[in-house]
Design a protein around this ligand. Sequence first.
Ligand code: MLC
Ligand code: AMP
Length: 501
Amino acid sequence: MLFFAAMNIVFQGLQKFGFKTAIIDDGGNYSYSKIEEQSNTIANYFSSKGIEKGDRVAFLLAANFEFVATLFGVWKAGGIAVPLCAIHPVSELQYVVDDSQAKLLILGEEFSNNVLQINTTQSVLISEIGHLSCDTQHRTFSAQDSALLLYTSGTTNKPKGVVHTHESLNTTINSLIDAWKWSSSDHILHVLPLHHTHGLVNKLLCAMAVGATCEFLPKFDAEIVWNYFLERDITLFMAVPTIYSKLISYWDDQLKERQRQLSEGCKNLRLMVSGSAALPVPILEKWESISGHRLLERYGMTEIGMAISNPYNGERRAGFIGKPLPKVSVRLVDENNEVIKVENEQGEIQIKGALVFKEYWNKPVVTANSFTADGWFKTGDSAIIINGYHKILGRNSVDIIKSGGYKISALEIESKLLGYSKIEECAVVGIPDKEWGEVVAVAMVVRGVALREPQRALEHIQSWAKDKMAPYKIPRKIITVDELPRNVSGKIMKKEVKKLF
Ligand code: MLC
Ligand code: AMP
C-alpha cells in the first residue's frame, strides 16, 4: 500500500500513465509503469539499507532511466534526494557527499572508479541493486517534508545545499504546467544537467507529472540536437542561452540547403524556452529568424524554482523576463528595503510563496539572513519594471558569475587558486562573453617567474585546476599584475579588476 501518492503530482503521473513512454535514453524506451516498478525495487533496497525518513541519498548517475527510477526510489523510501554533478571532479563530489551527510551513495557504471575515491558510509553501484520483493510498505511523507537537496554557489566560499520540500517542488511544477501548457502529448528533448532546477524540475519533473515523454541526450551536442529537431517528434525544448548560441553557430556553418532543412525541422516544436541566464536580444532575434520560434524567456533560481515568465500567448518581450507567475508574490525593494511601488525604478527582486525553498542545509544563520524580517526571500538580483514587464539589470554581488548557465562563486575559485603555491594573491571576476554569457577570469600576483607570461600561466593553471574544479569554473582568461587594485581600506576593487581585461 502506498501512502505517498496524493502528496506529489509527479507520483500521480507514474500511476496514471501506465504503459505510455516516459523516458527515452540511449538504452531504449521506458514506460511510466517501468519507472513505478523499478523505483519500488530501489526504495525497498534503500529501506533494507536503513534509509529512513529524512535521510539523504546521494546519486551520481548519467541522465537516463536509472536516474529517474533512483530519484523516485529515494522519495518512496522517505529520503531526501541529492543528485550529484556528473562533471564534477572527485574533490567537489566529496564536498557534497560530506556536507549533505549522505547515508548512501549510488553510482552509475560509468562512475564506478569514483567508488574507490569518494569516502562514504555506504556506496553501491546501481547495477547491484537487486530485485527485492515489492511488498515493503513505503514511507509516508507530508507535503512539508524535505525532498531534494540541490547545491548552489553563492556569495559564500563553498556551495550551499538548498532544501526543497515536496510542496515547493509541486508549486513550481504545477505553475509551469499551466503557464506553458504542458500535456501528455509533449515530447521534450533533454540536454541539461540533472543536478539543477532547470534540467530536473522544469524539464524532467514537469514531463513526468503530465505523462509526457522525456528524451535524454547523454551530452549536449549541437549537431545531434538539430538532427533531433529535424527527424523526431520533439514538441518542447528548454535550454540556457549558451546552448541557443551554439545551435546558431552550427546553423551558420551549414550550406544553404541544410540550413533550410534545419529551420524547417523546428516547425514541429510548439515551444522553445530560455532561462538560467540573461538571453541577449541578438540571440533571441537570430534564433527567431532561423527557427521561426520567439524564445520564451523566464526567470528562476535554485532557491525559488520559477518565479517570472514571459507569456505562452501574448507578447514575449525581448530583453525582459516577463511577469510574475500565478501564486508567486514578487516585489522590488530599494537599498533601504522600502518597497518600490512605481515603474522604472531599479530594486532587488524579492519573492514569497509556496515555491520558495525551506532552508539552506545545516545553515540556519545563512538561511535567516537570506530572508527579510517579513519573510521575503532576497534573490540578490536587481530588476526594473517597464510597462508591466520585469527586466533584469544584474546581480547585487560581483562575486557571483554565470557562465553557460552555471552559477559560480568567485570566492570559491579564489580560495582554490590560492592552493597553488605560485599564486600569491588573486581576484576572480566574470568577463562578458558572447557565447558563455560570462567567462571566469583571474588577475593574480605570482611568486617567481614561471607564471609571468600570461599564455604559459593559463596553460599551467588550467592543467593544475582540472582535478580540483568543474570545467566551467576553470579560468579562461588570466593576467598577472604587480598588485591588485585596492581601495583605501585594502579591499580588492572587483570593478577595477574587470577593467584590466
Ligand atoms: C565548458 N567550457 C567552457 C565552459 N564550460 N568554456 C568557458 N566557459 C565555460 N563555462 C569549455 C570546455 O572546457 C571545453 O573546452 C569546451 O568548452 C566544451 O566543453 P563541454 O563541456 O563539452 O561544453 P558543452 O557540453 O558544450 O557545455 C555547454 C553547456 C553546459 C551550455 C551545454 O555548460 C551546460 O550544460 N550548461 C547548463 C547549466 C545549467 O543547467 N544551469 C541551470 C542552473 S539552474 P575544450 O578546450 O576542452 O574544448 C538555474 C535556475 C534557472 O539557473 O533559472 O534555471
Ligand atoms: P542558480 O542559482 O544557478 O539557480 O541561478 C539563478 C540565477 O540565474 C538567478 O538569481 C539569476 O541571476 C539568473 N537567471 C535565471 N534566469 C535568468 C534570466 N532569464 N535572465 C537573467 N538572469 C537569470
